[in-house]
Design a protein around this ligand. Structure first.
Ligand code: ATP
Length: 247
């Protein structure tokens, strides 16, 4: 992991419908090559923070973002979402959103619509995904709608990887999944981080698993950062124990 930042978020605030202050004065620093966890209970503001970064906030509905976001040293606040994808910043939305009627392989190919400088040919890019997700190889001809929740989560991550990202924002990868498959997904994320150098910002309610794989963590409470630190040490944080794990 380098000491340079791939993403810096400075004092962002997100307002929904002119009055709901969903996220207040949030600053984050994601080092290049790291895995960072954004923890918090339901409604703490995790998804809103990710949406602000990838600019999926809907200005037409009166949603507003204040503050500054820098990706690879360049200000990208209010940047065009498709340009961010082209620049290698990709979000895997909560709920996976695979194309149910397309096969697993067609879904993966749909992720390659953005031709990035790092992209190889489609066949070798697919091979790389199948190398990390062997389950997807065996399911490649199956309609995505008939695969399990865990397989769809793998597919959503695999599809994002087809665009050769440098930073992936993963929203609740463990949501609704059995512990064994969650473990498998986090193991693969860790491998992708180590071997391919992809950085990850993971929004997670499941602090136990996220802290085992992350380098650094932020805890959100009611739209604010309540605590932050190196993930290993975070485990022992009394604040986390008391206010979040409910002990
Ligand atoms: P979850 O795990 O449930 O997605 P979260 O930590 O990701 O939780 P957010 O979804 O970011 O939290 O929600 C933060 C706050 O903003 C909540 O109070 C939520 O009700 C509110 N909120 C989220 N989206 C909207 C919206 N489109 N319009 C109005 N309020 C919203």
């Amino acid at each position: 992991m380098s000491t340079a930042s791939i993403l810096r978020v400075e004092n962002i605030e997100v307002i929904y419908e002119k009055v709901i202050l969903a996220v207040k004065d949030i600053s984050l620093d994601i080092k290049t090559g790291s895995i960072v966890a954004l923890l918090g209970a339901n409604g703490a503001g995790k998804s809103t923070t990710l949406k602000a970064i990838s600019n999926l906030i809907n200005a037409e509905r009166g949603e507003v973002v204040h503050g500054h976001i820098y990706y690879q040293g360049k200000e990208v606040t209010h940047g065009e979402p498709h340009q961010l994808v082209r620049d290698g910043l990709i979000q895997v939305l909560e709920g996976r959103h695979c194309f149910a009627h397309l096969t697993v392989e067609e879904n993966l190919l749909s992720g390659a619509f953005v031709k990035r400088p790092k992209a190889g040919n489609l066949k070798s890019d697919l091979e790389l995904i199948y190398h990390y997700f062997p389950r997807l190889r065996s399911l490649r001809k199956k309609q995505a709608g008939y695969t399990s929740g865990g397989e769809q989560q793998m597919l959503a991550i695999g599809r994002a990887l087809m665009a050769k990202p440098s930073l992936v924002l993963l929203d609740e990868p463990s949501m609704g999944l059995a512990p064994q498959i969650v473990e498998e997904i986090f193991e693969i994320v860790c491998q992708l981080n180590k071997d391919e150098g992809v950085s990850f910002l993971l929004a997670e309610q499941n602090a136990n698993i996220a802290l085992r794989y992350a380098d650094y963590a932020y805890l959100l409470e009611n739209g604010r950062i309540a605590s932050e630190g190196i993930a290993e040490r975070f485990h022992a944080s009394e604040l986390l124990e008391a206010s979040y794990l409910g002990r």
